[in-house]
Design a protein around this ligand. Structure first.
Ligand code: XMP
Length: 531
């Protein structure tokens, strides 16, 4: 196993991800763990992360002495390189300017780490790497035993190596995807230089995560808000695997879910997994409070507030204990690593901000419950893999995101049950056909080729003709987008045959809708949702 010592960089977690991608087990720990901890951990190799700090300002940001005494390979990244230089007898100086962004690095000296790894070669035959840099200080003198491994014009020592000891360091960030060969470089360090075996798979992660949850929870009880989305579903399945009946899931049905969604969630978790799930049917409450409200922000606020109220009431009962249950002390959330970054709480040893989940922000404190977040270190695609390893169905694990306020933001203006029922049926047809149609070139379904697709209800009527009669019915818009981060998005160029099939089916099968349109707006300036 690999030990990653975290000096507080925002991207430390990406190092772990790259090591996991090489199928090697790793753990991240703060840089100031004790020498005894490092020895007991018995790592195959150690990676020192970057940091926001400077080696001057931060006298306490050093690697434990044991790192250098163990005799295992060490890779220093950015600040990790600087502290390696400072601790082993080299020199580091504060740079006058910060270097930030794309850089081209020249490889030197045919080291085991970089030899043969390059993006292009110069006319003179030097191997060059396209990398991402972010630093102010730099190493200005190599420690004894080290040779130059990489350089840039503004950073003459951008990489150094002491191959006899297996010490390597780079000033750039191999863990980010902007560094084209970064993955290859980390893989080489972990597999070839450290000699770790690439035998770690998601199934092992399940066992490790289960063991951690059991250790953290002991014989106490846990509540989890189940939404049917990927993250809360995977968290529920994982925690249930770990502690079974000690977990109670609360599933709040606000009446603004997709067709049959509530039943599907219950079938999966209560039916197949035999988890304890409390389904709260709050649709009348939600629809009642939403009556007459058409402003999008007002609608969102109402839905958010009611959700918290309903969930809190249920959680309070569970906290107090019910027959056969002594009372919950933990609240579990499906927070994943990107949520942690988004809320500014990247896992540095100093800052561990807790995600304010869109639906249950601040709840653990208000309810006096401890927080359990077993997916906190994982990226979305890893969460999906974990879900598959836990036996959740592929369609559930690879589904599109669904907003917390649900159909509430997909029915324009006032929300009515009649509208929600029409929308649900139309949307189910759209999704069904997206799953049926395959793109010939890639062999993938259009559901998998789009990032998010849904139907929007427009509360306006237009005239149509059906059989011999005139109709005067509602309109829906189909929306399908492709995006990697949901910050920007392109509308998807769905095949006409697919659009034709969907519109034909909706108009024929959903009495009350007589016109289907396709939304051809990108984000920005439009948003993905209509409200
Ligand atoms: P927009 O419409 O802002 O949507 O382009 C970007 C992504 O965020 C989702 N979304 C939400 N998700 N609660 C959520 O959990 C919300 O209130 C919410 N509003 C928008 C939206 O579905 C899209 O994936």
């Amino acid at each position: 196993k690999i030990l990653i010592l975290d000096f507080g960089s925002q991207v430390t977690q990406l190092i772990a991800r790259r090591v996991r991608e090489a199928h090697v087990y790793c753990e991240i720990h703060p840089n100031d763990v004790s020498d005894a901890f490092v020895r007991e951990f018995a790592p195959k190799a150690i990676i020192l992360s970057g940091s926001h700090a400077s080696t001057y300002e931060a006298e306490d940001l050093r690697a434990p002495q044991a790192v250098w005494d163990l005799g295992v390979p060490v890779l220093g990244i950015c600040y990790g390189m600087q502290t390696m230089a400072a601790q082993l007898g080299g020199a580091v100086e504060g740079g006058k300017t910060r270097e930030f962004g794309y850089a081209e690095v020249r490889a030197h000296g045919h080291t085991r780490l970089l030899d043969g790894i390059q993006d292009f070669a110069t006319a003179e035959g030097h191997g060059m790497l396209k990398v991402w840099m972010s630093h102010g200080d730099k190493v200005t003198a190599l420690p004894p035993g080290f040779k130059l491994m990489a350089s840039t014009p503004s950073c003459p020592i951008a990489g150094m190596a002491d191959e006899a000891r297996g010490y390597y360091a780079v000033q750039f960030h191999p863990e980010v995807t902007h560094t084209v060969q970064g993955r290859a470089l980390l893989e080489r360090f972990v597999l070839q230089i450290a000699g770790a075996k690439p035998d770690w798979v998601m199934r092992d992660h399940v066992e490790e995560a289960v063991a951690r949850i059991r250790e953290q929870v002991g014989d106490e009880e846990v509540i989890l808000g189940l939404s049917g989305g990927v993250d809360s579903s995977v968290a529920a399945a994982l925690i249930h695997r770990a502690i079974g009946e000690q977990l109670t899931c609360v599933f709040v049905d606000h009446g603004l879910l997709r067709l049959n969604e509530g039943d599907m969630v219950m079938d999966m978790f209560a039916g197949k997994l035999h988890a304890r799930v409390i389904r709260v049917d709050a649709s009348e409450l939600f629809l009642g409070e939403l009556a007459g409200v058409s402003d999008p922000e007002a609608k969102r606020k109402i839905i958010g507030r009611l959700f918290v109220d309903v969930f809190k009431a249920e959680a309070a009962k569970l906290k107090a204990g019910t027959e056969g249950h002594k009372g919950a002390t933990f609240l579990a959330q499906g927070t994943i690593y990107p949520d942690v970054i988004e809320s500014g709480g990247a896992k540095t040893k100093k800052a561990t901000t807790i995600k304010s989940h869109h639906n249950v922000g601040g709840l653990p404190e208000q309810l006096g419950l401890k927080l359990l977040e077993p997916l906190r270190d994982l990226f979305k695609d890893e969460v999906r893999e974990l879900g598959v390893a836990l036996g959740l169905p592929h369609d559930m694990v690879y589904r599109h995101p669904f907003p917390g306020p649900g159909l509430g933001v997909r029915i324009l203006g006032e929300v009515k049950k009649e509208y929600a029922d029409l929308l649900r049926r139309a949307d189910a047809i759209f999704i069904e056909e997206l799953r049926n149609f395959r793109d010939e070139a890639s062999g993938k379904t259009w559901y998998d080729l789009t990032s998010q697709a849904f139907t929007v209800f427009l509360p306006v009527k237009s005239v149509g003709v059906m059989g011999d009669g005139r109709t005067y019915d509602y309109v829906v818009a189909l929306r399908a987008v492709q995006t990697s981060d949901f910050m920007t998005a392109d509308w998807a160029e769905l095949p006409y045959a697919l659009l034709k099939k969907v519109s034909g089916r909706i108009i024929n099968e959903v009495r009350g809708i007589n016109r289907v349109t396709y939304d051809v707006s990108s984000k920005p300036p439009a948003t993905i949702e209509w409200e």
